[in-house]
Structures are given as structure tokens and as C-alpha cells.
Design a protein around this ligand. Structure first.
Ligand code: ZN
Ligand code: ZN
Length: 247
């Protein structure tokens, strides 16, 4: 997951992490586009301990009748190369059991979105968190290039490929701003080794946005909270991909 240091930012992309010694994983993520809404409540892991296996969410069948919004989404073309190249970029961190995170930026081509750029922000990470630093640089880059944030990607160095509750809260910030937003999880040491996800809408997006649980890793109601997006509006294509590493 993403988080960011606690210094204030007025920029459009916020990764906020009120950190303290007693709350080493205390973090929340907020993705804000202009004219949009306030941050959600922070959540934390308390002492920093966490269940050995975080609660897993019920995964909805892809493009089910339970997600009417998905039928209205523009398609998003996602470069096939991105998976291997990101995993390769992340491999040093992965070997150290540290997450790596990146942003998937692109263009609105009218009828569809296209991911053109993988941006690796300055960051610091642990085995189950990834914190973006100096997000002003990301904002500057995105604005100068007139790129749209279409999604985010991160590794699970040792865990399987799923959306943790932290990831779901992170992603709700993206998806509330752009319904087409998607999350890619790369799990190099697991099978399957990647997944492309979105929150169901309804009920997943609403459930997560309304969730006020303060524990970072916590269960959610037994509903189809998220689903595979690559069997829905995200289409993996052979496209060129630019990679920009700000680290
Ligand atoms: Zn994750
Ligand atoms: Zn929650």
C-alpha cells in the first residue's frame, strides 16, 4: 500500500501518513483530484503487529450483475510489459522483503483511457507498506505532462496476490475520483503473480468509503468488495510504456 509522511500538502495527490513510534504503520492514503473531497479517517495497526495473514475480502466474480457501474466504464488499455518491468524494477526491494509502489499514468483518448507511463515515486517501504515521499514531484510531473492518474501498482514481496484491507482503503481514494481507476498487485513469489482489481460499485466502493474501522488490517462485511478488472474494463494490450523513476 501507499502512504506518505505527515507533512501537509495542497497538491492533488496526497499520501498521508501520520506516523509515530506507537503507530509505526499508522497511515492513510488520500488521492485527491482538484475540487474533490476531504480525506477519510486514518487507520492504523496499533502496535504495528498484524495478523500473520491479513483478512481477505470476498472477491466478486468478474463483471457480475452485482456491479452495474462496470458496464458504463470506459475501457482502459494497460501495457502488457508493465507487469514484468515493474516486477523487475521492484526486484531489489522484493529480495529484501520490501514493497515497491508506482503510479499508472496515461491519457484520455476519448472513448478510452490508455496507460502510457509508469511512474516510480520516491518512496520508502516495509514488508507490507510503501510510502511515497515528495509527492509534489509526482504532481509536477503529472501536470506538466497532462497525464491522468489511472491506477496504481505495488508488490507483495512474500504474500499472495490480493487486496488487503489497507489496499482497499487506498484504492477507494482512487476510484472515488475516477471510476475507471484500477489497482495492480504484483506478487512475484506467489501464484497467480499479478492481479488487476477494482472495487465493486456497489457495494464495495460504498462499503469501504463508509468504513470507519481504525485498525489498518481489518475484515469487511461479507460482500463482494472487489473484483478482477482485467476481465472487465481493463484490457491488457501490447503497447509501449514509458518508465520514469523519480527515486
Ligand atoms: Zn497490498
Ligand atoms: Zn475498512
Amino acid at each position: 500500500m501507499f502512504h506518505r509522511p505527515s507533512h501537509a500538502s495542497h497538491s492533488g495527490l496526497l499520501f498521508q501518513t501520520p506516523q509515530s513510534a506507537s503507530d509505526p504503520h499508522h497511515h492513510f492514503y488520500q488521492h485527491v483530484l482538484p475540487k474533490k473531497s476531504p480525506p477519510r479517517a486514518p487507520y492504523s495497526t496499533g502496535s504495528g503487529s498484524r495478523p500473520p495473514v491479513p483478512p481477505k475480502e470476498l472477491v466478486a466474480p468478474p463483471v457480475g450483475g452485482s456491479d452495474p457501474v462496470v458496464r458504463e466504464l470506459k475501457s482502459v488499455s494497460f501495457p502488457r510489459d508493465c507487469l514484468n518491468r515493474f516486477t523487475s524494477i521492484a526486484s531489489i526491494n522484493t529480495a529484501r522483503n520490501r514493497e515497491t509502489c508506482g503510479l499508472l499514468l496515461g491519457k484520455d483518448k476519448g472513448g478510452r483511457f490508455v496507460v502510457t507511463t509508469l511512474l516510480i515515486p520516491k518512496q520508502h517501504s516495509t514488508s507490507d507498506t510503501c510510502a511515497m515521499d515528495e509527492e509534489e514531484l509526482v504532481m509536477q510531473f503529472t501536470e506538466e505532462r497532462s497525464l491522468i492518474t489511472l491506477g496504481w501498482i505495488h508488490t507483495h514481496p512474500t504474500q499472495s496476490c490480493f487486496m488487503s484491507s489497507v489496499d482497499l482503503h487506498t484504492h477507494s481514494g482512487f476510484q472515488r475520483m475516477l471510476p475507471e481507476s484500477f489497482a495492480v498487485v504484483c506478487a512475484p513469489n506467489s501464484t497467480p503473480n499479478f492481479g488487476i482489481f477494482r472495487l465493486t460499485d456497489p457495494p464495495g466502493l460504498q462499503t469501504i468509503l463508509e468504513c470507519r474501522v481504525t485498525e489498518a488490517f481489518h475484515p469487511h462485511p461479507d460482500r463482494p468488495i472487489y473484483t478482477d478488472a482485467d476481465k472487465g474494463h481493463v484490457q491488457i494490450r501490447d503497447l509501449s510504456l514509458e518508465i520514469v523513476d523519480l527515486r
